[in-house]
Design a protein. Structure first.
Lengths: 732, 166
């Protein structure tokens, strides 16, 4: 099936939040902190400006708690007494004219008495830098399996390594935007670009001290999210709503690109230490792993990012003894948040680089060390989850090796490198997995609900809060429901995610929409059939049965409903971090073929092979697009996307100097799916969206290490970093 | 016609999507502002405002240009074509190849893609990948876009069809 809304997007007809008619809305903007940390001494409004035409919101205007509802409520809506990062919101302004408003924002003078900021997450804070607990640690988690210390005793080989990954900007092409108003019934309404309408509902009800029926949240077509529109729209909605409530007019906040990059979340920077024991044959005996993530100034989603990070930290390998310690720490940096992969890309980078390091240290083929250690059915993960899904993981590895001509490339590159005066080529591998859906008991906690509703004209409407942000939800939901009910897709619609009309099907995150919500839709379809008494009806017979039910029940509509229930036998203990961390996993082997120009120190990807098992593929074009897009986003993270920090603020918050891949920077991405339908996923699917973010960076770093015979353990591998690697090796 | 601005104005005459228009504009407006805020042509998007992302790509006298970097006054005497001018049927190959995901870059991508299709001789010395490099896409990884452009050019070559006028 072609993308449902594809033609509207191709013709420019699709209406994003910034395309909504302006009407009588005011523009809203934000006055921000200029200090990494300090006490807010004064906020002065330039007397040369006539402020009477402005709506001004300060912390004194807040009707309830000054807190954005995430996991904790430690982030203020507007910093009132103390600021914790540059770019933190202090005051909100609204005005009819956007240019007048831009000028006015610059004429609000903020005076802050500085305090010593904590800026390096890798170093323990000094006493003056401590702002949380004793050591700025937001959260600390630990996984323990077997007896790691005993396993190191007498091991044939022990290999250590340190790996570091940088922040990454989501760079959705549509910047964040929100319109807020108070409707005639006094309901506070927010409409904008977002992944999780009910997160925004929770933020509004908490801060405005309103019941859910007194707020309404509507998603507009969303021009990319990647996690960047998971938590931040809650902040933006509160800002727009507070201005609209005070102005008694609609208010529209659309971030410019530089404000978006300065103020919104990024991928957590991460430092990972590995210490690994293997026997003489390269079999894993023990993995001792330490993970530190930079959480930024507020807790936001860091505990769950760290959780997913450490759960994936030991990779898809069978090892009897594993210890993984993880910490997320506070720094006076723009808060880090959700980003495609959610901690797993960081820890997979470390683990897959380290597998090559172990192979190198013991003189083993990188393919072979993975092959002998890959989890087989019956083996268990670091959390003790026994894998028994019938997937032939070794065959996935072998397929990628064969398809990419891995061993031929190694030979060809060896002779190329021996003769080329200024180019070096290398090939690298990563084998990895991704837990699909929320971690641990998360899905049970969400208890997502969907409705499949019959309409008086016999048609069907899907009501769910899951959002379309490019991944293809509209299309996949249409496929799932039309095929389950045996109806023509033209006789069904997908409701706009609007909290006044759709139930909470959970956030559109964690690769959960097709798998988890899709499965709920199938069950809701079955429920609808039961309600209308048409167990086996298809097509016209089903539509007729719906119409008849509506005729016999005037004013009512048949609502097929389903609520999440965990697959049988899935158990997770959040206290001990043991058990089934995810209902299922996807598995993949990626191969990168790279070339480095020794004149410019630029690395480029010549070819890329991505082989993965993702359950059943629901829509091949959309699924390939997810993998290709994820791989290219990860190529950017690996090679060019470098957030430069100055006093905890992004110094290169512009597309001019934050570089993402263009079409000319990347090759064709060769995608192969191995299908193994998953009983508890919509149409047999497993979560797919995040997996392709996990593997490319380590495959590329392994390829660069292979080409240069050096250890490229820190990304992004910009030309400057590659120059330093080579230069340091030559001077050593 | 747009509302006359309160600021100092200047008058321009240009052709927009085949229609000649004369209007009073604020000299500070960018072409993108004129199109989006004053003519209701919201297909072109503002992705960065500094000519890096290409989401605002339109064609000026037939050539792709970033409308965020062009002042509206510079449109005087020119032919401006936006994504709204294209025949939806000419986009079939891009639709089928998965060239759009979130859609924010798409109108700009489509304008460049359509220009390549109408100027296939440029592929004698450039690749589709290099010609598309001015349009950033964060979703597709570009394969869907490149395939769609290639397929549309192949179709035109095979059928001898004159590319759709735009």
């Amino acid at each position: 099936m072609l993308r449902i809304e594809g033609l509207a997007k191709l013709t420019g007809a699709e209406r994003y939040v910034d395309d909504e008619p302006i009407g009588d809305a005011l523009w809203g903007m934000t006055v921000r902190s200029n200090a990494a940390r300090g006490v807010i001494r004064s906020i002065e409004f330039d007397p040369a400006v006539d402020w009477s035409g402005f709506t001004i919101v300060t912390p004194d205007d807040l009707p309830g708690p000054n807190a954005v509802h995430h996991i904790e409520c430690d982030q203020p809506i507007l910093a009132a007494t103390e600021t914790r990062h540059i770019g933190e919101a202090l005051v909100l302004l609204a005005h009819e004219d956007r240019d007048t408003l831009r000028d006015a924002v610059r004429r609000v003078r903020v005076k802050i008495d500085p305090l010593p900021p904590a800026l390096d997450f890798r170093e323990p804070p000094t006493a003056e830098q401590v702002q949380r607990g004793r050591d700025n640690v937001f959260t600390e988690l630990c996984i323990d399996k077997g007896d790691v210390d005993a396993a190191f005793e007498g091991a044939a080989h022990i290999v250590e390594g340190v790996y570091e990954t940088g922040a990454q900007e989501h760079l959705y092409i549509e910047p964040q935007g929100m319109i807020a108003w108070v409707d005639d019934a006094g309901v506070v309404c927010c409409k904008g670009s977002m992944q999780c309408p009910y997160y925004v509902v929770a933020a509004l009800t908490h801060a405005l001290e309103r019941t859910p029926d007194r707020v309404r949240v509507i998603q507009t077509p969303t021009g990319g999210g990647f996690g960047g529109k998971e938590d931040y729209p809650s902040v933006l909605a509160l800002h727009a709503a507070l201005l609209a409530m005070k102005a008694n007019r609609p208010v529209r906040i659309i971030y410019d690109r530089d404000e978006d990059m300065l103020a919104t979340t990024k991928r957590h920077p991460c430092l990972t230490r590995h210490r690994t024991a293997v026997d003489a044959n390269g079999k894993l005996l023990a993995q001792d792993i330490d993970v530190v993530m930079d959480g930024g100034a507020y807790l936001t989603l860091s505990p769950v990012v760290l959780s997913r990070g450490i759960i994936h930290g030991a990779g898809p390998y069978a090892c009897p003894n594993v210890r993984i310690r993880g910490r997320a720490v506070l720094t006076n940096t723009t808060p880090f948040g959700a980003f495609r992969g959610f901690g797993a890309p960081q820890t997979h980078f470390a683990n897959e680089r380290h597998m090559d390091a172990v192979a190198g240290a013991i003189g083993m083929d990188p393919v072979e060390i993975r092959r002998i250690n890959i989890i087989r059915d019956g083996d268990s993960t670091a959390t003790g989850q026994v894998i028994n899904d019938g997937t032939d993981r070794v065959a996935i590895l072998d397929s990628a090796i064969e398809r990419s001509r891995y061993h031929d490339l190694l030979r060809e590159h060896e002779s190329f490198n021996a003769t080329s005066p200024d180019k070096r080529r290398g090939v690298g591998l990563a084998f990895f997995h991704h837990g699909a859906g929320f971690t641990g008991a998360g899905e049970v906690y969400l208890s997502s609900i969907v409705h499949v509703v019959g309409r008086p004209d016999g048609s069907v409407e899907v009501r769910a809060a899951s959002t379309e942000m490019g991944q293809g939800k509209e299309t996949v939901f249409t496929q799932i429901v039309s095929s389950r009910l045996g109806i023509d897709p033209a006789r069904m619609t997908i409701a706009t995610p609007d909290s006044a009309r759709v139930p909470d099907s959970g956030p559109t995150v964690a690769s959960r929409t097709t798998m988890v919500v899709g499965r709920l839709l199938e069950r809701a379809c079955d429920d609808l059939r039961t309600i209308i008494g048409a167990e086996n009806a298809q097509g016209d017979a089903l539509h007729t049965a719906i119409s008849r039910w509506c005729e016999s029940n005037p004013g009512a509509e048949p609502v097929g409903q389903a609520q999440y229930q965990p697959p049988p036998g899935v158990h997770w203990d959040d206290k001990t971090y043991k058990g089934d961390a995810y209902g299922t996993y996807t598995w993949a082997a990626y191969i990168a073929d790279i070339e480095i120009d020794l004149r410019t120190f630029t690395a480029s990807v010549r070819a890329f092979t991505a082989v993965q098992e993702v359950g059943a593929v629901v829509n091949p074009t959309l699924a390939s697009g997810q993998v290709q897009g994820g791989v290219v986003q990860a190529i950017g993270w690996a090679l060019m996307e470098d957030c430069l920090w100055q006093d905890g603020a992004m110094a290169n918050s512009q597309l001019t100097n934050y570089i993402i891949p263009t079409s000319d920077d990347v090759p064709h991405i060769d995608v192969v799916f191995v299908e193994n339908p998953y009983e508890y996923g919509g149409k047999g699917s497993k979560g797919l969206g995040e997996l392709p973010m996990d593997g490319p960076a380590p495959a590329i770093a392994n390829a660069i290490s292979n080409a240069l015979r050096l250890d490229a353990n820190r990304i992004p591998l910009t030309p400057e970093r590659i120059f330093s690697l080579i230069n340091n090796a030559q001077t050593a | 016609m747009p509302k006359p601005p309160e600021q100092p104005t200047t008058s321009i005459t240009c052709t927009i999507n085949g229609q000649s228009v004369t209007m009073d504009i604020d000299p500070a407006w960018r072409l993108l502002d004129l199109l989006r805020d004053h003519l209701g042509l919201t297909g072109a998007k503002e992705g960065c405002g500094e000519g890096e992302c290409g989401a605002c790509t339109v064609r000026i006298d037939g050539l792709p240009a970033n409308s965020c970097l062009v002042l509206a006054v510079q449109a005087h005497g020119r032919d401006i074509d936006t994504v709204e001018s294209l025949d939806p049927e000419s986009l079939d190959h891009l639709h089928g190849s998965g060239a759009t995901q979130c859609g924010a870059c798409t109108p700009g991508v489509v304008m460049t893609a359509d220009w390549i299709r109408n100027n296939p001789e440029t592929l004698e010395h450039d690749t589709i990948r290099s010609l598309m490099a001015g349009n950033l896409c964060r979703c597709t990884g570009y394969d869907g876009i490149i395939d769609g452009v290639r397929l549309s050019i192949e179709r035109d070559a095979n059928t001898g069809a004159k590319p759709c006028a735009s």
